[in-house]
Write a protein that binds this ligand. Structure first.
Ligand code: IMP
Length: 212
């Protein structure tokens, strides 16, 4: 069967389909790139769960396919959970026409400015990911993942995207931007959520196949 991954980002499709696998040859993964012209679903929910559910259900209704959607972001304790669901566009008002890379840099620079007087011991943060799978009527499965870290005061590392250069993972002694893709997948919020979803999806497909 075909499952739609609600993203136009080829990196995300590859990451999700690689970690979930083809589940015994039963799944063909497609992305929003295969459906040009679909109206975009606005991520205006108050929580990661709201956004993931809204995207999964909305795109499932628009295409008739089971749809897997994720929403993720960075929550910083000293900023009362910000940037949270606003992670992607935290500094958008400072550079409205910026491309993704420029905006990513402006976003983490804004965080560094806001944390400038916060001592190291209070710079704890986590990346959080909520995954939702839906058909055109209901949410079928959900999974979540998180990774704990500390916001350092200078960017470090060249890999990854978003807030990776300022997100230091104490257990690895590196920022997320100093990890290669496969090491990041092992510890990341998305990696954890996907690994949690995999057995649930296998079970659901087995039940459907058995007609239950
Ligand atoms: P999305 O929901 O995965 O598109 O993520 C929303 C925003 O959260 C991204 O634009 C990034 O700013 C931030 N973010 C999510 N996951 C990561 C990550 O693994 N590293 C760095 N930033 C991330």
């Amino acid at each position: 069967m075909k499952i739609l991954v609600a993203t136009t980002n080829p990196g995300k499709l590859e990451e999700l389909s690689m970690l979930l696998g083809d589940i015994a040859g039963r799944i063909e993964w497609v992305s929003l790139r295969d459906f040009p012209g679909l109206p975009e679903i606005v991520e205006d929910g108050a929580t990661f769960a709201d956004n993931a559910r809204k995207k999964a259900l909305g795109y499932a209704q628009a295409t008739g396919l089971w749809t897997l959607a994720d929403d993720s972001g960075l929550c910083i304790d000293a900023l009362h959970g910000q940037p949270g669901v606003l992670s992607a566009r935290f500094a958008a008002d400072e550079c409205p026409a910026a491309d993704r890379k420029t905006l990513d840099k402006a976003n983490y620079q804004k965080v560094l400015r806001l944390l400038k007087d916060i001592p190291d011991s209070q710079r704890t943060a986590r990346f959080f990911c909520h995954l939702a799978l839906a058909d055109d009527k209901q949410i079928l499965l959900e999974a979540t993942g998180a990774v704990e870290g500390v916001i350092i005061n200078q960017p470090r590392g060249q890999n990854g995207f978003g807030y990776d250069p300022i997100f230091y993972i104490p257990s690895l002694g590196k920022t997320a931007a100093q990890l290669d893709n496969s090491s990041k997948n092992q510890v990341s919020h998305r990696g954890h959520a996907i690994r949690q979803m995999k057995p649930l999806l296998e079970q659901l497909l087995a039940q459907r196949q058995a007609g239950r």
